[in-house]
Write a protein that binds this ligand. Sequence first.
Ligand code: NAD
Length: 495
Amino acid sequence: MATLTLKYPEVRNYIAGEPIANGSPRMDVHSPLDGAVISTVPLSTAADLDKAVQAAEAAFPGWSGTPIKERAQIFFRYRELLLKNREELATLVHTENGKTMDESYAEVDKSMELTEFACSLPQLVQGEVLEVSKGVECRIERKPLGVVASIAPFNFPNMVPHWTIPNALMLGNTMILKPSEVVPISAIRIAELLKEAGLPDGVFNVVNGDRAIVEAICDHPGIKAVSFVGSTKVAKIVYIRATSTLKRALCLGGAKNHLLVLPDAHLEMTASNVVASMSGCAGQRCMAAAQMVGIGGVEHIIDQMIIEAKKLVPGKNLGPVISKASYERILGFIAEAEKAGAKVLLDGRNPQVEGGADPGSGPGGYYLGPTIIDHVTADMRISQEEVFGPVISIIRAKDLDAAIAIENANPYGNAAAVFTQSGGQARQVMERASAGMIGVNIGVPVPREPFSFGGWNDSKFGTCDITGKSSIEFWTQLKKTTTKWNPEGKTNWMS
Ligand code: NAD
């Protein structure tokens, strides 16, 4: 059998500052761009995880005892390394995830912003101290939790790990990252750059694998907190399993984001925002527009959306979806909706792929053009489940109350947006939409640092958000100390 030349070296676990070979079975890593095998990843065992936990436990006293301003120096250097290696990091994302180079650059840029926020944490985490009675002081300090774990999905191989790494480590924790086994390459480069920035060995470790490693993380007594980003089905499993072993857990799940569009909305801006939201990263974003609720006469906006969507060329400015299974699942949603009476206004099936092979027929390259489906009803499966592709369904509502009721009825709650020029109507949606992140005339309302990212309902389990100021609460615990230094003995009843 011919030896396969891999585009990237075999992915190894990264423990105590070193890539570690293990004897686990390996899985091929395919590029969604063309299906080529670009690397292999180990499906590690609980014993491998235990080695990483031991390394992280050993590193914890030294790291948590390092003053936060010294920790920040490492992350200032790390931020510069992200910039210096921006092109390589973006290329990795492009190759292993399939998103366009522009989208991949944006992902790395967002990782830099997340790191910049972490560098500002010394300004945000001072404790409190007060003389509560003569000679008696109470103080509160934020202390790290210990060894924590971060479990990531396939759709942002660089950015989602940065939702947790800089903040959790800056706050004194040591970490084990479990990347998606589908996109494991970026994480190894992240580990190498952290080491290059001066992070002590063992503070950050990577253990690769699938479900078995996630379960081992939930069960390991040495791990104090688990953050998870992925589908709602798995988020629920992880939340229940991790908290049943008394860990702190924050599990972000899937989404079904509704965009409410009123007839008075700015035509070009609304159409381009809705289309960018549904199709960016091939619709594989938890902030993607999944369902537009058209309120009254919005035909002119839909027509303009079709013009905008036609500017997207698969293989040029629109990437493929992650896998054949994903592709087929999306096609199933479209066919089923059509059969149930919905009207496909723009059909992205079987697209012409710029410079590409026959779409969907080879080992990879599962491209779909943007797809706009009108007259979807709330009872259709496409309206209820996450599609995760460049597809938007349009539901019609007679007025704003009916539109908000449709949004409220969906079990998810990551994001919702309204497009209108009426402040009063926008205010209604801001107040009444049941979602954690609201957009007014913006299709992807991701809060920028220092504001925090996190949904509601079935899009998030656990308290706190995963980024920004709210994450400080998740990654730390409060130590309350009361001291008495009153040698003169001047006491009162409180002393
Ligand atoms: P996924 O749930 O399949 O996988 C996420 C992680 O869980 C991976 O590391 C995977 O190895 C592991 N995993 C998979 N099945 C498991 C199981 N049965 N038990 C334990 N662990 C398991 O998600 P994905 O397909 O990689 O990512 C896409 C999903 O992530 C979408 O639903 C998307 O909406 C969601 N997502 C949500 C957010 C958010 O902020 N809410 C952000 C990004 C992605």
